[in-house]
Design a protein around this ligand. Structure first.
Ligand code: PTT
Ligand code: SF4
Length: 635
């Protein structure tokens, strides 16, 4: 093993390899456990029954968090585990399968938190023989974890602490070679900013609800992983055949060429046309200078393209920013750090985006807190002067947030806490749900998307149910049952299946790559025949388990109000654009929420009933949950 001469190993390097692995193929059947406080590593089996019920990725992470946390635990305490979980399709070379989930109790929301990122680390983790790595305890001093197949070390990282993620990754590559996977945190994670994330490959970020801070609280700067083993599969010939055929199928999709040119960036134009581009802290859904930050403008400046491993749709578009550095753009980043704060110079937006990656801050929450501060300043609620679109001020706030100083200290805890401190009516326009800031879709006239945000398992994130483009064509302003069905359908596919199999959802959502491929991939690699319905049922199981986690955390403070979006969307109509005058109706939103609960088998508080949990094989969850809150027998 290659090691830096100056590094010191803090943990016995040889793993206890007593567990040979899964009786099923496809899964490794092994979870790497690292306890930093006890300086111990071990391999825990990931049993077949658990794998079949929870698949991997988010499902596995939710199960571990349910079992290994107690309600009320400080998310940043050493006992709270930090989980990196790949899925059974990760690392097998299927299209867009280089993904993993990073999960922990969230220091931002106090509930379940996770994120999904594409990284070589996902592929290497699986090839090192693991399905997941779970880190608990805390190192005594800054360290990084090095996993090379079965050899694990926790190594001194004092020379890396304080560096940005790009520099840390560069240095670690110099030390361990180009062909390793690296996940790191920046100063924001080290300083425990509540929405700090884990970064990889200078432009992949995961774990919006503060997974970076959880890693920082354990004093872990980075995880470096290298694996060169074959993952055992059930039918090697079929895996090879499916791989070749499916990549070819993606190339044939009509939207492929355009996607390669613009990736997610064309959503700026789409959102503007549909009056859902968040502008001026979600006050409006149109931005008069949207064109300047749109996909077409990006294309003219595009310098190169990057992506996750094992993907022929690579979608990270790189431009040179105003500081002449490379910055990888995506829709959410540009909307939140552009129109939402009134900034229309793409190169300046790209600077904010790049430094967010270097400090390791989530761009969505960042665009929200900056927008919130600009609005507070405009209303005269704080002494700092912050004009809409002021790039210089925004840039210095980003740094202050990462180091938690001056105004950045208040903003480093997210909009909910900032509004609670600021007072007046600011909670109404602190754009978060359950404490997680809303991602870049304005919902004054989109009740279905508002419901998707309201019922997302991590707080207001779009990844589980991006129903907005369907809703725009279906009939946007109606409060009809079809919208509830669509939210649940998408949550099953995106939030359940994709998050747990370890694959990217873009081939399906952006190009129409058929869902039927995934059961085929799973059968060939694991030998197990799980149809889409089985995968959706696993999704429902995972959803109810995560909901139980939230309810257990909040106990008698849990309320359905936690599934309701901020007051701005209900009380302040849009003042501009085609949908001028539009706002959501609270009573009607609540009737959609009631129907959603009913269809999920949750009661009128949004708590899964005993019967629902029993049907999903979660009887043990119900037994425990009812020691915290009374459960209804049926919904
Ligand atoms: C994701 C969220 C998103 S969703 C974006 S852009 W998007 C923002 N990206 C950030 C970033 O970049 N830097 C940063 N400092 N903060 C950022 N915050 C925001 O984080 C990403 C792609 C994208 S680009 C999306 S939609 C899809 N997301 C997937 C998902 O969630 N699951 C899945 N199975 N497949 C997905 N495919 C797509 O992946 P979070 P990535 Mg991200 C720089 O992590 O916490 O889930 O928040 O993963 O590897 O960067 O790929 O218009
Ligand atoms: Fe990553 Fe984009 Fe490929 Fe998805 S489509 S795996 S986000 S590069």
């Amino acid at each position: 093993m290659h090691m830096n001469g100056k590094s010191k190993s803090l943990v016995s390097p040889i793993l206890n390899s007593r567990y040979g692995g899964s009786i099923l193929k496809g899964w490794n059947g092994r979870i790497l456990r690292i306890n930093l406080s006890k300086t111990k590593t071990r391999v825990q089996p990931f049993e077949a029954a658990k794998a079949l019920a929870f698949l991997g990725g988010r499902g596995l992470a939710a199960k571990i968090l349910w079992e290994e946390t107690n309600p009320g635990m400080d998310a940043l305490s050493p006992d709270c585990p930090l989980i990196f979980a790949a899925g059974p399709l990760t690392g097998l070379g299927f299209p867009s399968s280089g993904k993993l989930v990073v999960a922990a109790k969230s220091p931002l929301t106090g509930g379940y938190g996770d994120g999904n990122l594409g990284s070589l680390a996902a592929v290497h983790l699986r090839k090192a023989g693991f399905d997941a790595v779970v880190i608990s305890g805390s190192a005594k001093k800054p360290s990084y974890v090095l996993v090379i197949n079965d050899v694990v070390e926790v190594t001194d990282a004092e020379d890396l602490w304080g560096t940005g993620t790009f520099e840390a990754e560069r240095k670690l590559r110099e030390r361990h070679g180009r062909n390793v996977g690296i996940l790191s945190i920046g100063p924001a994670g080290e300083n425990l900013v509540s929405y700090s994330t884990v970064i990889s490959q200078e432009g992949r970020s995961g774990g919006r609800p503060g997974m970076g801070a959880v890693m920082g609280s354990k004093k872990i700067k980075a995880i470096v992983v290298k694996g060169d083993r074959e993952i055992p599969v059930a039918d090697e010939k079929e895996v090879k055949r499916l791989r070749a055929e499916s990549y070819g199928e993606i190339l044939k999709k009509p939207n492929y060429a355009f996607w390669r040119r613009q990736g997610t960036m064309s959503t700026i134009e789409w959102s503007q046309q549909n009056s859902v581009l968040p502008s001026f802290n979600f006050k409006e859904g149109v931005f008069d200078r949207a064109e300047e930050i749109g996909g077409a403008t990006m294309e003219k400046q595009k310098a190169s393209q990057r992506g996750c491993p094992d993907c022929n749709m690579i979608c990270g578009n790189v431009i040179y920013d105003a500081d002449k550095s490379e910055s990888e753009l995506d829709y959410e980043n540009v909307a939140m750090l552009g129109s939402n704060i009134g900034l229309s110079n793409l190169k300046q937006v790209a600077v904010l985006n790049r430094i967010a990656d270097e400090y390791g801050l989530d761009t969505i929450s960042l665009g929200n807190v900056i927008g919130f501060a600009m609005e507070a300043s405009e209303r005269g609620l704080m002494k700092e002067k912050l004009e809409w679109g002021d790039f210089k001020a925004a840039k210095s706030i980003v740094k202050d947030i990462a180091y938690r100083r001056r105004l950045g200290k208040l903003l480093s805890k997210g909009t909910k806490l900032a509004a609670e401190r600021l007072g007046h009516d600011s909670l109404k326009w602190a754009m978060n749900i359950k404490g997680l800031e809303v991602s870049a879709y304005e919902c004054h006239s989109m009740p279905g998307m508002a419901l998707a945000f309201g019922t997302s398992p991590i707080g207001a994130h779009h990844k589980d149910a991006w129903v907005i483009s369907w809703e725009a064509s279906f009939g946007r302003e109606g409060y009809v049952p079809e919208k509830v069905d669509k939210v649940i359908e998408f949550q099953r596919i995106r939030g359940g299946m994709f998050e747990s199999l370890g694959v990217c959802r873009f081939p399906w959502i952006e190009l129409g790559f058929e869902l039927d491929w995934y059961p085929k991939f799973l059968k060939a690699s694991t030998g197990v025949s799980l149809g889409l319905d089985d995968l959706f049922k696993a999704g429902d199981r995972i959803y109810s388990l995560i909901r139980a986690f939230w309810v257990r955390e909040f106990g008698s403070n849990w309320s359905r109000r936690m599934d309701v979006p901020p007051a701005r969307w209900f009380e302040e109509p849009l003042m501009m654009g085609r949908y001028k005058g539009a706002k959501l109706d609270l009573q009607k939103y609540n009737s959609l929420l009631d129907l959603y609960y009913k269809k999920r088998g949750w009661d009128s508080r949004g708590v899964p009933s005993k019967a629902t949990m029993k049907n999903l094989g979660l009887r043990y969850v119900a037994s425990e949950l009812q020691t915290y809150i009374e459960l209804g027998p049926s919904a």
